[in-house]
Write a new protein. Structure first.
Lengths: 800, 327
C-alpha cells in the first residue's frame, strides 16, 4: 500500500484512533508505542514450470502471482536446496511448500511428509490441500496420520497417501519402527515439510533432530533423499536451527513479500500500587478495561490469556460488561482447548462471519485456524517468547486499516523486563532457538530406536560421525549384537515406546489425580524436576489450577494429587551445590571472569515454603525427605576477583546478596535469549568448589551454607571468598542451552543490569532481583544497589 | 571418564532404569535339555539341501547344536531339520492323517485338496512387540502333500543366516496351496513380510489360502473358554499335554543366550516346543472341524459357529442335530 494512502485513511481508522486515545489518556502506563508502517505487496509472477492445472487451482482461489518470499522459496527448492522460510502470520507461507509438493506429486508421483507440532494444525493443512485439490481436480490425496487415525484407515493412508500429514511423535513411535509397511511411501519420499519449526527447540528440538536423522536413514534405505522445506516464526537463528534439525545446509528466506497494514503495538504496564514492594495492579483488570474500550469502539477484538482459567475469568468480566447492555449487545465468546470441536467450529464461523465482537482465547488460536480479520489484539501477559508474541499479534490486521496490539504486562519479572525494553520488539530478533542433538542420553535413546529400525553397519554415521563406540555400549548392555560388520537389535522391547520426545530420559513421573475416586494422569514431570515440584505437600499447578501432592511414590515414579483450593503456592528450598570440573573457555575482563564448561551438581531439597499469592508472604513451611540428586551438566559462570570484591563491599554478606540478586536477573535475561523454559535453565550461587552455596533463606535474606548444611558466614571465614554465579542446563549431561550463552555473555550481563536499574522499585523487588525482600530500610546499601554493583563488576556499562 | 562410566552416571542421574542384562537372567537350569524323539529322522543327504560349504564355515558350537538337533547346515547361520512323519503319527487325540479328510468346507473356508500342499506353520521370534526390530529366528511347519507329512524347521544360529532362511520360506510357500496358522494373519505373516522387505525380498502369497485357526476357534469357543490360546485349545480339544515345555515367552531369551554365550540347551527346548506347536496345528484343525460339524459334542458355542458361517456366506441354521453346510 502507498504510505500516502495510509495517511489518507487515518481519520476513518478506528484502531489508530483508539491507539491515540489510549496513549493520551494513559501515558504513564504505556512504556512504548511501536509502529510498523504499512507494507505493500512485493509480487512475482508464477514460475513457468507450474503446470496449468496448478495455475488453475491457484486462480480458483484468486491467486495469479506470488509474493516474493513464496517465489524465492519455490526457486530455491526447485534448485534442490533445503529451505527455511521465516515469515509473519498470514503471509501465505503454506504455498511455499504446497506448490513444490503438489507439482512433484503430479509430475512424478512424489510422496511428501508434513510434520506439525499439533494435530489441529495438521487437520487444517489437509483441509487447505483438499480445497486446492478441488479447484482443479488435481488428484492429490492428502491424509492425516496420527493417534486419531482409525486402525482400518491406516493401511489406506500408507498405500494411497501422496501427502501424509503427521507429527514428530507419531513419526517416532508409529511410522519409523514400522517402516517396511511404508515401503512404497519411503521409496518415493521426495519432500519433508516441517512447519512451526521454532517450536522444535530445547529438549524437544534435540529429540526431533534425532528423529530426522532416523527418517533420513530409513529414506536412504529405500533409495530416497528427501528435500526439506521448513517454516518458522521469527528467530535470531532460523538457518542454524534448521540445519541442526535436519543435519544439512539450509537456505533461509527471511524477507516477506506479503502486504500488511500498519501495526501499532503498545507495551502496557499496570500502575504500581505499592511502590516499596513493587506491586502492581493486576493485568487482568487492565486487559478488561482496554478490551471494553475496543469493543465499544466497534473494533473486532481478540484477547489472549496464558491459561484456560484466565480465559474464563476474562470472558466473564467482558460478558458481564456487555451482554446485559441492551444498547450495544456486543457478543463475547471464549475459545480454548477442552471445548468440544463443534463448539469451537461454531466460534470460528461466527468470527469469520462477523457474528462476534470479541473472542478470548489461549494459544489454541495462535496458529493456523482461520478466523478472518480482526482489528485489536490484547495479550494478557507475555506469552513466553517474542516469536509467540508476534504470532498472536499477527491475528489482528486487515487491508487498509491499522491493527492495534497491546501487551499488558503481568507482575512476572520477565513481563516487567520486556515492557521496559521496547528494543526487543523494535530491533532485530534476539531469541536464539537452541538444540543439542548429540546430548548423550538423547542420542543413546535414538540410537536404540534407529538400531531397532535397521541394523547399523560398522562405521556408519548417525549425525556428525560414526557411532560404533555408543553401539558397543549398547551391545554390552545386551541390546545389540555385533555380527560380521553389523550391529543387530536383539532385545525384546520396542524402544520407541520408552522414549518421549518431550523429556530427556524415561524416568518421568506421572502426576495422578485421584480426586473423585478416579485416577487420571494429568501431567508428566521430568525426573530432574520431580524433587523440586512433586514433594508431599507441594501445590502442583496445571493450567493455573492447584492440586496438592498427597503421596509421592519415588520408585514407582508417581505423584498422587488432589484438586484443592488454596491461596498460596509452594516453593522448594533448593540446596544446590555446583563444583566446576572443567572450564572449556574462559574470558577475563578486568576483575571478573566469565567461563563455560562442565560442572558437577548436587541438589538437596530439605523443605519447602508456602507463599501467599500477590503478597508473596511466607505462610508456612514443610519438610521434605528425598534422596540427593547428582548430575554432571554444562554451565556458564561468572566470578569476581576477591580483591576487587573486598574493595567494593564493606561486608561479604552484601556481596553475597548482590550475587543472589544478580543471578536472578541474569537468569531471566538468559532464558529470554535462549528461548528456554526458566526451569530448564538452572541458576545457582556458590564458590565453584562445592564448598559452600548460597540461597535466599527462610528470612528472605541471602544466606550461605557449607556442604554439610551448616551455616557459613562469609565475613568470618578466612578463606578466599570467590562467589560464583552459575547458569546451568538443568538436565543430566547438559542440553545445549547455557553453553551458547557464553558468546552472548556481555549482552546478558548488560540486560540484567538494565533490568534491575530500570525497575521502579526502591530496594529491589521480586521482578528484578528476586525474592530478597527484607531490605533493611536504614541501611545505606540496599540489596538492589549491591546487585547493580555486582553486575557492573561483571562488565555492565552505564554508557551502552 | 570414559564413555561407559559417563553413560552409567548420566543414566543414573536421569532416573533411567537400566535394562536388565538379558544374558544374566537365568533360565531355569532344572530343565535339562530333553532328547528329541528319534522319529525316523530323515536327514537329507548332502545332495540338494545341505551345503557342505556351510557346514565347513560353521563354528564348533554350531556343529554340536546341529548334531543335537539332527539338523544340517543349509547355509552359514541356518540349520535345517526335516523329519518325515507317518500319517498314523498320533499327536494328542488325533492322528495326522485325519486332517486329509476334514472336508472341503471345514471351518467355513474353501480348502484346496491336501495333495496340492498344505503348510501348518509357526514362527519363534525375538519379541512380541512387532516392528522392524523383531526377528524370526525359527520358522517351521508340517508340510502335507502327495508325498505325505514332513516336519520342517529352519533355525538361525546367526543373524547372517536370515536371507537364506527367507529364501527357504519363499520356496516352501511356493510348494503349497494353503497355509494354516494360529494368529498368523496378525502376527506371523506381517512379521515375515517385514523381514522379507528388510532383505529386499517379497513374500509371494497371492496363490495361497490362509486358514488362521484363531478365528474359527474364537467363534466356537471364545464364549466358553477363559482364553483362546493355542495351548488352551490343544489341551481342551486335542487332549494334548506337554511335558516339560519351554514357555513360549522364554524363547527370545533362549536365542539371546545362544548368541551371546553359545548356550544350546534353551534352543534345543525351543525346537521341541515349536515342533509341538506345529503338530498341534494339524490336530487342532481336525478337532475344530469336528466341533463345527457337531458343536454340542465338543462343547462349542453353536451360535458363534453359525454366526461365523453366516458371515462367510454359508447358509446354516442353529438347532440342527449336526451342521451340514455348503456355500
Amino acid at each position: 500500500m502507498d504510505p500516502r494512502e495510509s495517511a489518507r485513511l487515518t481519520p476513518d481508522d478506528p484502531a489508530l484512533a483508539l491507539a491515540d486515545a489510549l496513549v493520551q489518556r494513559y501515558p504513564d502506563r504505556i512504556t512504548a508505542r511501536i509502529v510498523q508502517p504499512a507494507r505493500s505487496a512485493d509480487f512475482r509472477p508464477l514460475p513457468d514450470w507450474l503446470d496449468p492445472a496448478l495455475r488453475q487451482a491457484l486462480g480458483g482461489r484468486g491467486i495469479t502471482q506470488l509474493y516474493s518470499h513464496q517465489a524465492e522459496a519455490l526457486a530455491l527448492s526447485r534448485a534442490g536446496h533445503h529451505v527455511v522460510v521465516v515469515t509473519p502470520t498470514a503471509s501465505g507461507k503454506s504455498l511455499c511448500y504446497h506448490l513444490p509438493v503438489l507439482a512433484a506429486v503430479r509430475a512424478r508421483g512424489a510422496k511428501a511428509l508434513y510434520l506439525f507440532p499439533t494435530k489441529a494444525l495438521a487437520q487444517d493443512q489437509v483441509a487447505e490441500l483438499n480445497e486446492l485439490n478441488r479447484e482443479a481436480a488435481l488428484g492429490v490425496r492428502a491424509f492425516t496420520f496420527d493417534g486419531d487415525t482409525p486402525g482400518d484407515a491406516r493401511q489406506a493412508v500408507r498405500l494411497k497417501g501422496d501427502v501424509v500429514v503427521s507429527n514428530p511423535d507419531m513419526l517416532h513411535q508409529g511410522i519409523l519402527p514400522h517402516h517396511t509397511k511404508w515401503a512404497q511411501f519411503f521409496e518415493n519420499l521426495q519432500f519433508v515439510v516441517i512447519d512451526e519449526m521454532h517450536s522444535y527447540r530445547g529438549i524437544f528440538g534435540s529429540h526431533v533432530a534425532n528423529v530426522m536423522r532416523r527418517l533420513r536413514r530409513i529414506a536412504a534405505f529405500y533409495g530416497s533423499h528427501p528435500q526439506f522445506i521448513l517454516c518458522s516464526a521469527t528467530l535470531a537463528n532460523p538457518a542454524e536451527l534448521a540445519e541442526g534439525l535436519i543435519g544439512a545446509p539450509v537456505m533461509a528466506v527471511e524477507r516477506s513479500g506479503a502486504p500488511s497494514g500498519a501495526r501499532h503495538l503498545l507495551l502496557w504496564n499496570p500502575p504500581v500500587v505499592n511502590p516499596d514492594l513493587g506491586i502492581r495492579a493486576s493485568n487482568r483488570s487492565q486487559t478488561t478495561r482496554i478490551a471494553r474500550r475496543a469493543i465499544a469502539a466497534g473494533l473486532k477484538t481478540i484477547v489472549f490469556a496464558n491459561s484456560r482459567l484466565m480465559v474464563e475469568v476474562l470472558t466473564k468480566y467482558l460478558k458481564d460488561a456487555f451482554e446485559r447492555d441492551i444498547q450495544t449487545r456486543a457478543k463475547v465468546s471464549a475459545y480454548r482447548g477442552g471445548y468440544l470441536p463443534d463448539e469451537r467450529r461454531r466460534t470460528e464461523r461466527a468470527l469469520r462471519a462477523d457474528g462476534l465482537d470479541c473472542v478470548v482465547t489461549t494459544s489454541a488460536l495462535e496458529l493456523g485456524v482461520d478466523i478472518g480479520s480482526l482489528d485489536v489484539c490484547i495479550l494478557n501477559g507475555y506469552p513466553g517468547s517474542i516469536a509467540a508474541t508476534w504470532q498472536r499479534l499477527g491475528r489482528a490486521g486487515r487491508r487498509g486499516r491499522t491493527a492495534l496490539g497491546v501487551l499488558v504486562a503481568s507482575s512476572d519479572a520477565l513481563d516487567q523486563y520486556l515492557v521496559r525494553n521496547p528494543a526487543f520488539f523494535r530491533d532485530a530478533p534476539v531469541e536464539h532457538a537452541r538444540i543439542h542433538p548429540d546430548q548423550l542420553l538423547i542420542l543413546m535413546e535414538h540410537l536404540r530406536c534407529a538400531a531397532f529400525e535397521l541394523p547399523f553397519r560398522q562405521g556408519e554415521a548417525f549425525g556428525p560421525g560414526p557411532v560404533d563406540e555408543y553401539l558397543a555400549y549398547l551391545a554390552e548392555s545386551g541390546v545389540l549384537h555385533l555380527e560380521a560388520d553389523r550391529w543387530h537389535w536383539m532385545a525384546e522391547g520396542y524402544p520407541a515406546n520408552a522414549v518421549s520426545l518431550r523429556s530427556v530420559a524415561d524416568g518421568n513421573f506421572l502426576v495422578v489425580d485421584h480426586s473423585n475416586d478416579r485416577k487420571e494422569v494429568i501431567a508428566e514431570v521430568d525426573y530432574s524436576a520431580a524433587a523440586m515440584t512433586l514433594y508431599e505437600g507441594a501445590i502442583y499447578l496445571v493450567q493455573a489450577r492447584p492440586y496438592q501432592v498427597e503421596r509421592l511414590d519415588w520408585t514407582g515414579r508417581k505423584a498422587f494429587v488432589r484438586a484443592t483450593r488454596v491461596d498460596y503456592y509452594t516453593d522448594a528450598i533448593d540446596y544446590t551445590r555446583l563444583r566446576i570440573l572443567d572450564a572449556f573457555d574462559t574470558r577475563v575482563d578486568g576483575g571478573s571472569t566469565c567461563a563455560r564448561g562442565e560442572v558437577h551438581l548436587l541438589r538437596r531439597v530439605p523443605g519447602f515454603k508456602k507463599i501467599k499469592y500477590y503478597s508473596h508472604e511466607n505462610v508456612g513451611y514443610g519438610n521434605i525427605s528425598l534422596p540427593d540428586h547428582e548430575m554432571h551438566t554444562s554451565s556458564l559462570w561468572w566470578q569476581i576477583d576477591p580483591r576487587v570484591l573486598e574493595q567494593t563491599f564493606e561486608r561479604r554478606a552484601q556481596a553475597l546478596d548482590g550475587f543472589l540478586g544478580a543471578a536472578h536477573a541474569l537468569h531471566l535475561v538468559a532464558a529470554l535469549r535462549s528461548m528456554a523454559e526458566r526451569q530448564d535453565l538452572g541458576r545457582a550461587v556458590g564458590d565453584g568448589n562445592g564448598e559452600w552455596f548460597a540461597t535466599v533463606g527462610a528470612d528472605s535474606r541471602g544466606s550461605a551454607r557449607r556442604a554439610d548444611g551448616a551455616r557459613f558466614d562469609p565475613d568470618r571465614s578466612g578463606d578466599d571468598f570467590v562467589p560464583t554465579v552459575f547458569l546451568y542446563d538443568n538436565f543430566p549431561g547438559g542440553a545445549g542451552m547455557s553453553e551458547p550463552l557464553y558468546g552472548q555473555a556481555a549482552e546478558v550481563v548488560q540486560g540484567a543490569w538494565q533490568l534491575v536499574l530500570e525497575c521502579p522499585c526502591r530496594q529491589g523487588c521480586p521482578a528484578c532481583i528476586g525474592p530478597i525482600l527484607a531490605a533493611e530500610e536504614k541501611q545505606a546499601a540496599s540489596p538492589k544497589q549491591a546487585v547493580i554493583r555486582v553486575l557492573e563488576l561483571l562488565g555492565a556499562r552505564a554508557w551502552t | 571418564m570414559d564413555l561407559k562410566q559417563r553413560l552409567r552416571a548420566l543414566e543414573a542421574a536421569s532416573g533411567r532404569r537400566t535394562l536388565p542384562d538379558s544374558g544374566t537372567t537365568a533360565v531355569s537350569a532344572a530343565h535339562a535339555a530333553p532328547h528329541l524323539p528319534a522319529v525316523r529322522a530323515a536327514i537329507p543327504a548332502a545332495s540338494g539341501r545341505s551345503q557342505p560349504a556351510a557346514d565347513l564355515l560353521a563354528t564348533g558350537a554350531e556343529r554340536a547344536l546341529a548334531q543335537r538337533l539332527g539338523a544340517v547346515h543349509m547355509a552359514p547361520g541356518l540349520l535345517f531339520r526335516e523329519v518325515e512323519l507317518a500319517a498314523a503319527h498320533r499327536h494328542g487325540g488325533q492322528v495326522l492323517g485325519e486332517v486329509c479328510s476334514i472336508g472341503e468346507q471345514a471351518l467355513g473356508v474353501a480348502l484346496p485338496p491336501p495333495a496340492s500342499g498344505w503348510l501348518f506353520l509357526d514362527t519363534e521370534t525375538t519379541g512380541l512387540a512387532g516392528g522392524t526390530g523383531t526377528l524370526v529366528f525359527l520358522f517351521g511347519a508340517v508340510q502335507v502333500d502327495a508325498s505325505g507329512f514332513r516336519l520342517r524347521q529352519w533355525l538361525l544360529t546367526r543373524f547372517g543366516g536370515e536371507a537364506a532362511m527367507l529364501d527357504a520360506i519363499r520356496q516352501a510357500f511356493g510348494e503349497v496351496a494353503m497355509i494354516v496358522s494360529f494368529n498368523g494373519k496378525s502376527f506371523d505373516l506381517p512379521l515375515l513380510r517385514t523381514r522379507m522387505r528388510l532383505h529386499a525380498r517379497a513374500l509371494e502369497e497371492r496363490h495361497l489360502v490362509h486358514l488362521d485357526l484363531l478365528h474359527p476357534a474364537r467363534s466356537a469357543f471364545g464364549a466358553r473358554w477363559p482364553d483362546v490360546r493355542l495351548q488352551t485349545a490343544e489341551q481342551r480339544l486335542c487332549d494334548y499335554r506337554r511335558d516339560d515345555d519351554l514357555p513360549g515367552s522364554e524363547a527370545p531369551l533362549a536365542f539371546t543366550r545362544w548368541l551371546r554365550h553359545g548356550e544350546a540347551d534353551g534352543l534345543v527346548r525351543v525346537m521341541q516346543h515349536h515342533r509341538d506347536d506345529v503338530l498341534s496345528l494339524v490336530s487342532l484343525s481336525v478337532a475344530l472341524a469336528e466341533a463345527y460339524r457337531d458343536p454340542q459334542r465338543l462343547g462349542a458355542d453353536e451360535g458363534g459357529i453359525v454366526r461365523r458361517l453366516n458371515r462367510r456366506g454359508y447358509r446354516v441354521r442353529e438347532g440342527q442335530r449336526q451342521l451340514a453346510f455348503s456355500p
